[in-house]
Design a protein around this ligand. Sequence first.
Ligand SMILES: C[S@@+](CC[C@H](N)C(=O)[O-])C[C@H]1O[C@@H](n2cnc3c(N)ncnc32)[C@H](O)[C@@H]1O
Length: 285
Amino acid sequence: MHPATLALLRAPDAPNGSPLSLTETRTQRRGEIITGTACAVDGGCYPITGGILDLLPESLTLSAAQRSNFLWPTTAYYEQVWRVRSLSLLAGEPFPVRREIGIINRWLRPERGGVFVDVGTSHGLYARDIASRLRQSGAPGTVIALDIAMPMLQRARELVMQKGYATIDLVRARGQAIPVADGSVDGVVNGGAFNEMGEQARALAEVRRVLTPGGCFVCMSLLAGRTRAGRAMQRALHAGSGILFPTVAETNALYRDAGLTITDQERYGLALFTRAVPTTEGSQQ
Ligand SMILES: C[S@@+](CC[C@H](N)C(=O)[O-])C[C@H]1O[C@@H](n2cnc3c(N)ncnc32)[C@H](O)[C@@H]1O
């Protein structure tokens, strides 16, 4: 956790999103806090362990899908086994990660620099790509990568360290309570986490709250099946796991109600890519 990123963060449980400040540094490496404690003026104190800030030290109520993200082998092999194949299976056509990342970058434009948040980062696929674009462009930027599962964040940290990305900071936090101030983020991304977060309206309201007026949200989410059999399977999956599969119309209504205007949308089978910006008076859908 870099002190400059900590200065952008807010305590999730404090009134008015109280700023966090470092109260103890036990280990530091190349300007990064590896072990320490950050406290909010009028909130709690939070541990930094292995470079990761944990804003959720208390236990969480989790769905079965969310619980799976704490368990081996999901935590160890999520990206290299499932993620590299998932979009091709969901889209029903060849969809390598570079094609997916191509859409995200075209809409997000990370090379412009700024503050980016990756919600439900898992192993940091989108966050690492943003960091790589920032490195290539030389633009100043920070990526705050959030997840509720510490084992996922620990694996993300290993991958981040392998690449030497100093612009990514990993934080254990919920997408429904993004730990930053109002209007302070230039881009929020969400790759597949939207469906398993629950409280989707709340998650989108948080995205709206944190975006700057010129900021954007780029999301890859999963859709309800087109066939009756597909939808029945998804209902069973939802009952067992808590994963939600809204239709395009339901998804778009959630965005509209959260104050987000959709500027771009592409559908590939069950995968939906959406870019949205804060709604202004002139951009009502
Ligand atoms: C489908 S994976 C996302 C993968 C990642 N974005 C990618 O593109 O490879 C969903 C991730 O979201 C996390 N997650 C689930 N609910 C969350 C919540 N409410 N807030 C933040 N992260 C959440 C899970 O722990 C899991 O790591």
